[in-house]
Design a protein around this ligand. Sequence first.
Ligand code: BGC
Length: 576
Amino acid sequence: MTDFTTLSPLQAPAHADASAADWWRQAAVYQIYPRSFADANGDGIGDLVGITSKVPYLQRLGVDAVWLSPFYPSALADGGYDVDDYRDVDPKIGTLEEFDVMVATLHEAGIKIVVDIVPNHSSDRHEWFKAALASPKGSPERARYIFRDGKGEHGELPPNSWQSIFGGSAWERITEPDGTPGQWYFHLFAKEQPDFDWDNPEVHDDFLRTLRFWSDRGVDGFRVDVAHGLKKDLGPSSEALESTFGGHDVFPDGQHPLWDRDDVQDVYAEWRSVFNEYDPPRTAVAEAWVQPHRRGRYATQAGLGQAFNFDLLLADFDAAEFHEIIARNLDEAAETGASSTWVFSNHDVVRHATRYGLPKNTSGTSGAPGGSVTSSGNDGKQWLLDGGDPAVIDAERGLRRARAATLFMLALPGSAYLYQGEELGLQEVGRIPDADRQDPTFFRNKGVEIGRDGCRVPLPWSREGASFGFGPDGAHLPQPEWFAGFSVEAEEHDPASTLSLYRDALALRRELQTAETLDWLEIGEAVLHVARPGGWEIVTNFGTEPIALPEGAVLVASGPLADGALPGETTVWLRR
Ligand code: BGC
């Protein structure tokens, strides 16, 4: 039996030149959901001082950059994606001065910072929206958002039947300044998130100002929320599509009234000229849930430069699926001059250690207590609806596969996006009392979607303590007892832990990532074997039966290696 845990990673070289314009191409980027990362002041909500205090942890983890989910003033109707003021810090989280200290501390540690920018909608507490409500119909204040008269004799019906992503109508009626029921405004997401009108030049100018504001403060890049949603055609011609409109389902190329319209790229061309005012140029990555063949439009070097590829996140743990997705995405990235992105988990989806532990593509009764699992995409939603019943998932298997999948992904050319807590092997928290839930999808869509709170539970840093070391007091979402065993304290000195695996792999990756090329050595039914430049080989056994371990010195493995064999659901990195 080879004890993979005793193999120490090669010494990590110094960080790549911080001024290099292409630092992002093969970066490992760690997503921080600020309210759930570390709470320094004990109010139960994570904060910027908390993040700064954990920079040594991030440095030891070995990430190249941090992506910060929204930290702006917000009523938290949608976890901070409802922004009151784009050029300030939420007082619940910190101050601009604390932001500056955090950026400086990250930079001293050689870690870049990417911030989330939310251009599709503001919050309903944004000064522009308040001004729109206080101003008359047809005013310039209303023209920054999408206001329409209602239908029906007294305008009492919404302008059309379009639904919001979070459930319910996408239109909300306002009360006019004189107290009478009035116009309706459009919101793709919660009603607290009115959509901007991106045909209005004022909106363009204000976002350019915001991009410069944060770039001037040293921010290295931006993650662009709902990048495919900004431009809309709510004119009469789009009404014809109403009967076929089904949320995210319909994506005719560039013609859908709401999503992925061709002219959204004009916005990003403007943004690119701002990014290029800086040295090195600021970077951007688009969150664009578009058809794969449209993704490249968001990743051109004249536009945002990179786009999230969620294909692996949506895939099963399956060699054929992984191969198809990786080969296609590497080709697509090469066409735009971007590098590919890889991601398994984020703040919007069920954690991958849990997804991979669910029965595959089952329908009807799973036979497990807790009822049926009808997921066709194995996305964990049904499991959540079943009350997050732990009996339905094989958590051990889920984690084993997650470790194997992540170790394979970390060896791919391109950027790896990691979500806080996955380095601990955290499972989704399935059982959260209704009274504690925060996600608007739960409230707007009860019974259909249970929401995303289960992946946003504050991190466990220690085995004990009021909030497992998250802060000196409680946590804003309840943490389960089993968090103790997944805490940083429990894992950091255990060479077999998931935290040690991530640390070892990230240190090695820094040394081994050179040219962005990859060769397929074996594409088997259950095995993928690839080679990267410099004698670096990666083998994943997607099956359950052991296979012969190819020749080479073992650098790191996602699980124990039996003598001369690579067990099922395990990845190994070799040096030939
Ligand atoms: C973010 C979500 C958010 C939505 C609306 C997204 O895609 O990732 O967390 O709810 O945009 O802003």
